[in-house]
Every structure is written in C-alpha cells, then in structure tokens.
Design a protein around this ligand. Sequence first.
Ligand code: 4NP
Length: 156
Amino acid sequence: MIKVLFVCLGNICRSPSAEGAFRKLVEEQGLLDQIEIDSAGTHAYHVGSPPDDRAQQAASRRGIDMSGMRGRRVDEGDFYIFDYVLAMDESNEYHLREMAPAEQIHKIELFLNYAPERSEIEVPDPYYGGHTGFEQVLDMIEDASEGLLTDIKSRL
Ligand code: 4NP
C-alpha cells in the first residue's frame, strides 16, 4: 500500500480538491486497493469543516464528490504513516518541514514537482479570489495527479 497525503493551509480548498481529483484518477485505473489518499492543513482554522462551496462546485463539474470530506490538521504521526507528503505551495512546504521529524523530512515535496511541463511551481491559494481560481487550481491538480500516479506505479 502506498499512502499519499496532500497538504495546504486550511484543508478546505486545494488539498481536498487534490484528494478528490487524485482519488478519481486512481479509481479509474483500478488502483484504489493499492493507494491510500488523504488530505490535511498546516493550520487548524477549518478543522471539522466541509470543503469550501466553490471548491465543491468546481470539483463536482468534473465528476468529483467532496461532500463527505472534513478539514483536519496535519499531525506528527502523519509523517510516519504517509509515503508522499505533498505541499501545495512553498509556505505549506516550509511549515511541514518545521513540523516533521528529521528522518521523515525527505517525504515532503511540492505537488507540482509532478507536473514538470507546467511553468508554475505552486498551486496558488484560491480562497480570497473568485470561481476561476478554483478552475485553475483543478487544472494544475489534474496535471500533477497524472505525473504522481506514473511515479507511484513505478513503485508498486
Ligand atoms: P486552502 O485555502 O489552504 O487551499 O484550504 C485556504 C482556506 C482558508 C484560508 C486560507 C486558505 N483561511 O485563511 O482561512
């Protein structure tokens, strides 16, 4: 079993979108029994909350149901459980590095490392913007999800 954790700041916009989009891809390829997927935030502002309505609407237009997800914060145990800890932006990556036990830091990387064809290195925070930001976030997430799954398949 390979375990993947997506991380953003609030765990209500980008990382649950990545969790949903990546799970859909993994399901389409029949690999759900071999890959475990979760998401969390570096901060606790939205613990217990469902994903942002705009994120849910954008995801639902692409066949992704996020309604059952609830926000949670990253905790130290996550760094032992998960094989990939994927940060949406450099600030998330910085906070993860601060939290992680030294011997687990190597698991932390930027999610867009898996979309080398894109010029962006971060999935930008869409929280204070409009609906188009959420579409752009999903476009980036879908590209990086393909690259991530290729990487994981080489390990299965
Ligand atoms: P996320 O977006 O990190 O993609 O879930 C945000 C959600 C909430 C806040 C910031 C970003 N906030 O400041 O409450």
